[in-house]
Design a protein around this ligand. Sequence first.
Ligand code: PFF
Length: 470
Amino acid sequence: MTRAKQSIHGSWSSRLAFVLAATGSAVGLGNIWKFPYIAGEHGGGAFVLVYLACIAVIGIPIMMAEVMLGRRGRQSPINSMRTLAAEAGASRYWSWLGWAGVLAGFLILSYYSVIAGWALAYAFRAVGGTFTGATADGVASIFERLTGDPERLMGWHTLFMVMTMIVVARGVRGGLERAVKFLVPSLFVLLLLLDGYAMASGAFDQGLAFLFRADFAKIDANGVLIAMGHAFFTLSLGMGAIMVYGSYLPARASIAKSTITIALLDTLVALLAGMAIFPIVFVNGMEPGAGPGLIFQTLPIAFGHMPGGQVFGTLFFVLLVFAAWTSSISLIEPAVAWLVENRAMSRVRASVITGLTTWLFGLLTVFSFNIWSEFRPLSFVSVFRNATVFDLLDYLTANIMLPLGGFAIAVFSVWVMKRPDSVQELALGDGWAYRLWRVLVRYVTPVAVVIIFLNVTGLVDFSGFLGLSE
Ligand code: PFF
């Protein structure tokens, strides 16, 4: 078998650069914006526990598998899957997995960019001192005014998509590596600062209890699916983003070590965010289940009252934009890499085409917060009774497409790919670490995904088995 040592798109300068870039992809709106509000909507502790379990037994092994496939394939996910399937003597239709990933990335970015636009808008509000001394009601009305105005949302969404296109156009090293080196550490510092504020708020214990005291009566089958979907979403798994980053990984770097570091950092950021937000929610008498506006309606109160809040608030939202930025580029990188490989396009052209299409589709999300906010396309399905277009896009991608992608990645890595190939690529030897990985990917992941899916469709009821109430 011939195998290119390097991708035509270039490679990371070191393992550390890969870890930073993949952490940049993983840490994003999912950790700071989404995790707190979905944990809030699904009752806290039990949801968090299921999510943590999914990270450990599904997320980490699948991430290893994805990096492994990328590094061995050395191309965009679509072409890597085709090459690897040929290597294993399997059907070339495995490249469809790459296509499904491109579609998922496109759909996710279309709404991700709109939410990142909120963060941009808030960074400007914070600089201008809008939050100083703000009350919960005041902050809520700032949020409603922003999301209720389609033109403003469209403006911020446009700005964010342009930012994304610029970095993707500049390529792997020039664009990506530089940004993440300073982003991740600074984000940690600011989250710790917010945790300090939350600790002094008087409701820290209540926040912690909400986040960590598991009451399984509060979570249902759909909540379990959402926790699993979020494990995929937050680690950027199941759609080729981590695969394409793996394709730029130097040949000798350890996949297992990198993956564990990335997953730990990602989880830490989510938990720090939750620990900052819930005390603020409780002390201000707000609802943990407030939905997508949760952090935009809580954190400004904290910044409005802490010394130096104007500076810290600005920094926080700027960093949130950066975190979203380093994730958004990984959402379109699989599509861009394919266009460069198969259509002989320049990176610039490929980025502009992908970016513009995504931008256009993003208007659906923009409108679902204002002129279409009453539009419930699937109101006849009970779980989607109140779901707007944005809610549906989010549900379809995170809870269905990513777990299915992860399922297929698992099946391919251990049932289709030859064992000696994965032994060689993971370079763990053939000892307990490799075997543990293999068992998890071979049985645990696929079975868990299937059980959780079946359970939520109601076709099979495993609730008693899972110890859940329904
Ligand atoms: N992991 C990102 C976050 O938590 O915000 C979102 C994401 C990026 C999902 C890239 C999927 C992906 F491929």
